[in-house]
Design a protein around this ligand. Structure first.
Ligand code: ATP
Ligand code: MG
Length: 360
């Protein structure tokens, strides 16, 4: 699968732009602030219906204007798909494929898989468990529509249960008959979600570890451990046991919305003991494992977007990364770099015929 071209209109810093891409490697170069990351984000919109960096669509509208428009032509297994996204102030976002709009945005997810590696990804390591759950939920949702629907259903039930807890808190009274159906359903869905996440990790973790080994030239080893309340044999009983605490806190304190994925380097927590380069290598290993999962599941290669990937990596790791990229038989690749000579050198040394697109 690859993106042939991209048209932008009043999208962030672009009043209007038209770009053509190669099915292979494309390097977006130019000074800070010229719109390299914005271009990647526009591609993200077409594939995943939203920005990778800012959840508010209106913020992507060019200052002083009332709406933006993004259009791109994809070749997906030899079928041409023209995807467009229109956002106007005060109106609902519209995504169309070959002219047909979606009723639900979720229906588009999974059609055009994409893997983005960006500097802000370190929140996956630095921040709380919700960032990591979001990452794995998004990944699993793109390959498993049933999982996506289960997560949506779980979150809705959780919201309703929390509303009920608030009501109990305000009234100072508990109604077991009202809460127990929520508990039952949340327990059932927690088990389903747990099993899917858990079986997914059985194959994902070794892929991540192998990628990291290559990036670090076997110098370090990393692990990822999935932890869930569901593993506790008394899990189902905890909902009733925790009820008074939940009412006091006005939120549900047990369930798969509390799961975590522990990231380790040489046996220690990555967040505390990993250097910046090691953390970045971990993220790259993680994202390239995501790439491999998509490739396997979809039967074709997703787009790979590398934003400022070379920063913080030493030359050895850059060389290992690019070898991994080249070896993995990557499909379409987008790389941004504020220092074109660096990317030119890297592409040349790997004999990758890349198209250089100078922005600004
Ligand atoms: N809604 C908007 N309207 C107009 N301009 C915007 C909007 N949102 C962001 N910008 C502009 O986009 C530019 C940033 O673009 P982008 O992040 O793509 O830069 P970049 O080329 O990736 O730079 P760097 O090399 O620093 O990463 C900034 O100048 C910013 O002011
Ligand atoms: Mg940038």
């Amino acid at each position: 699968m690859y993106l042939k071209n991209l048209r932008l209109y009043q999208y962030k810093n672009f009043p209007e732009a038209s770009l053509e891409f190669l099915p292979g490697a494309n390097c977006l170069v130019g000074l800070n602030g010229v719109g390299k990351t914005n271009t990647l984000d526009a591609i993200h919109y077409l594939c995943l219906t939203k920005s990778a960096f800012n959840p508010i669509d209106q913020h992507q509208i060019q200052h002083g204007t009332h709406g933006f428009f993004i259009k791109g032509e994809f070749d997906r297994e030899e079928k041409l798909l023209e995807v467009s996204c229109v956002v106007e102030l005060g109106k609902k976002k519209i995504i169309t494929v070959n002219g047909s709009p979606y009723q639900k945005m979720g229906e588009h997810i999974g059609l055009l898989p994409l893997v983005l590696i960006a500097p802000g990804d370190d929140s996956l390591i630095r921040d709380g468990s919700d960032e990591r759950r979001r990452f794995f939920d998004s990944l699993l949702s793109q390959i498993d529509n049933h999982y996506f629907k289960t997560i949506v259903q779980y979150n809705q039930l959780l919201k309703n249960r929390n509303e009920l807890l608030k009501r109990f808190h305000e009234k100072g009274k508990v109604d077991d008959l009202l809460i127990s159906p929520f508990d039952r359903q949340l327990i059932n869905l927690s088990k389903i979600i747990y099993h899917r996440r858990s079986s997914f990790m059985d194959t994902f973790a070794p892929t991540l570890e192998a990628n990291y080994q290559l990036l670090s030239a076997q110098k370090e080893h990393v692990e990822i451990h999935y932890k869930s309340d569901v593993e506790d044999p008394g899990f189902s009983g905890q909902f009733v046991k925790n009820l008074s605490k939940d009412i006091l806190l006005k939120r549900t304190t047990i369930g798969v919305h509390k799961d975590d994925f522990k990231l380790m380097i040489n046996g220690y927590p990555l967040k505390k003991f990993g250097s910046q380069g090691q953390q970045k290598s971990f993220l790259i290993g993680l994202k390239l494992a995501q790439f491999e999962v998509f490739k396997e599941e979809k039967g074709f290669k997703p787009l790979l977007l590398l934003d400022d990937i070379f920063d913080k990596l030493d030359d050895e790791r850059i060389a290992a990364l690019m070898k991994l990229v080249a070896k993995g038989d990557f499909g379409q690749l987008f790389i941004t770099d504020a220092r074109p000579e660096r990317s030119e050198k890297i592409m040349e040394s790997l004999q990758i015929a890349a198209k250089f697109i100078e922005l600004g």
